[in-house]
Design a binder for this molecule. Structure first.
Ligand code: FES
Ligand code: FES
Length: 171
């Protein structure tokens, strides 16, 4: 057992007496109550549990807490700035994307990570970035359109894609 200090959504959390190989998904959901990140396959195959580690997408179901301590973790709860939605969240609403919704937090997190590193992706780049996130309801076309809409808006305003509270830091 060990103690860990985690930085999640720009807030510090101290977690005590945890086995080092406990997946961070369990800590997020069961210990900290951050249940927006979903459990799907549990073997890093579906993307439902996608979070950001230092602005890059990662599978929370397969990452032990010992591997993420000291990194900046962002979950779907940290994507909006209070009541101000991330542009992708608004685009998801505008395009009426979700059906059952189960995969959607992971989809949005994967898309947000793409826009963090490339604010104006092409359709091909969108497809490559999103191919590991599965949707049993088949919402892929609307997901692509939502990302495309934000990318097009970014092109018009010169590349900005994320709210100030999510501006990537220099690593
Ligand atoms: S639950 Fe983590 S990738 Fe499926
Ligand atoms: S919206 Fe149902 S699994 Fe994607």
């Amino acid at each position: 057992m060990a103690n860990y200090s985690l930085t999640i959504n720009n807030r510090r959390y101290d977690v005590a007496n945890v086995e080092p190989d406990t997946p961070i998904l369990w800590i997020l959901r069961d210990t900290l109550g951050l249940v927006g990140t979903k459990y799907g396959c549990g073997i890093a195959e579906c993307g439902a549990c996608t979070i950001h580690l230092n602005d890059s997408p990662a599978r929370a179901c397969s990452l032990p807490i010992s591997a993420v301590s000291g990194m900046r973790i962002t979950t779907i709860e940290g994507l909006s700035d209070g009541d101000v939605l991330h542009p992708l969240q608004q685009s998801w609403i505008d395009n009426d994307v979700p059906q059952c919704g189960y995969c959607q937090a992971g989809q949005i997190m994967a898309a947000a990570a793409l826009l963090n590193r490339n604010p104006t992706p092409t359709d091909e780049e969108i497809d490559t970035a999103m191919e590991g996130n599965l949707c049993r309801c088949g919402t892929y076309h609307r997901i692509r359109q939502s990302i495309r809409d934000v990318a097009n808006a970014n092109r018009k305003k010169g590349g900005k894609s994320w709210p100030d509270h999510l501006t990537p830091m220099e690593d």
